[in-house]
Design a protein around this ligand. Structure first.
Ligand code: FES
Length: 343
């Protein structure tokens, strides 16, 4: 029996490997060309340590000098002592470059549709079936797309989950004058080829053991769509609150899809928030942090995921600090308007 395992690195690169049920994670990685740092191979030196972010695993000998009780409780692990018992994801806090892991995948895709989903947002549909296996990525990760006939690349979060046919979606903000926006408006044709590099990024859904709070700004929503698709299919679903902030009502997109998650995820709530609402808007207005439930967040541990423009993310983090809300894990991905920079 073989499990699919994602190895994530601090430089945002992810490599998927197959790990046999009785195989050590380190051996499986090396067998597939990813040379994780190692020294003793005995569970003593700690050189091969990482952290399991999703999935079931067991460890053999772990010396207390390599990992403390607290480390173990935080799911830190030694690759030379770890056997996986399910599909899983591990994070290593160093660059993939020291593993001689090679390049990220570059795949030729084909444009199958450009769907206008709000006045300012489109979904680009790409067929990546030229890749002869199912393209693996973790919901929330992103790809770099090369704008045809240019040397320009832009980064976009996947807006769906991996699937057998490699049909991919990306939510893209249409700027008045952006290199991707101009391409989509003026030159994009169905059937055109487009290069993609993926999977990338360390913003992805971890093992959900606590209630989840998702905070999306603008097309930051894209990263959450794949996560929600994934959660909707799980037997043990965590509770999820989604806050989605945009500038005007016309910027809201994928409303039917978002509302439909309430039927697929048993404890799901959705809160659209408009910062510059018209008089006709009857929902929440202002900024997301103004609508978070202070009392609830002070009483309950939770995991918070934020994806969107830097001011939104900073405002929410500052608000959490001001309320002295600490019993939470926070994962965030900031991106600029051109989608070229992620931090
Ligand atoms: Fe020393 Fe794994 S290589 S603990």
């Amino acid at each position: 029996m073989s499990h699919s395992v994602a190895l994530n690195f601090a430089d945002g690169r992810t490599f998927f490997i197959a790990v046999q049920e009785d195989e050590l994670l380190l051996d499986a990685a090396v067998r597939q060309g990813i040379h994780l740092p190692l020294d003793c191979r005995e569970g003593v030196c700690g050189t091969c340590q990482g952290k399991c972010e999703t999935g079931i695993y067991e460890q053999e000998y772990v010396d207390e000098d390599a990992l403390s009780e607290r480390d173990l409780a935080e799911r830190k692990m030694l690759a030379c002592q770890t056997r996986v018992k399910s599909n899983a994801a591990f994070y290593f806090d160093h660059s993939s470059e020291i593993c001689n892991a090679g390049e990220a995948l570059k795949i030729t895709t084909v444009v199958t549709a450009v769907e206008l989903v709000s006045e300012t947002t489109a979904i680009l549909h790409l067929d990546a079936s030229s890749f002869d296996k199912e393209l693996n990525f973790l919901p929330g990760q992103y790809a770099r797309l090369q704008i045809p006939e240019t040397d320009d690349w832009r980064s976009y979060s996947f807006a769906n989950r991996p699937n057998a046919n490699n049909q991919l979606q990306f939510l893209i903000r249409l700027l008045p004058d952006g290199v991707m926006s101009n391409y989509l408006r003026e030159r994009c044709q169905i059937g055109q080829s487009l290069m993609m590099e993926a999977p990338l990024g360390s913003f992805y859904l971890r093992e959900a053991e606590r209630p989840l709070i998702f905070i999306a700004g603008g097309t930051g929503l894209s990263a959450f769509l794949g996560m929600l698709d994934n959660i909707a299919d799980q037997p043990n679903q965590p509770s999820v609150q989604l806050y989605y902030g945009v500038n005007t009502e016309a910027d809201l997109c994928e409303q039917k899809r978002l509302i439909a998650y309430a039927e697929k995820i048993k404890d799901f709530s959705y809160h659209p928030i408009i910062s510059s609402a018209s008089e006709l808007w009857q929902g929440k207005s202002g900024y997301i942090h103004q609508h978070l439930d202070k009392q609830q967040l002070q009483q309950q541990c939770f995991d918070m995921y934020l994806c969107g423009p830097p001011p939104m993310i900073e405002a929410v983090k500052s608000w959490l600090d001001e309320q002295s809300i600490e019993d939470c894990s926070i994962y965030s991905e900031k991106f600029l308007q051109s989608n070229t920079v992620r931090t």
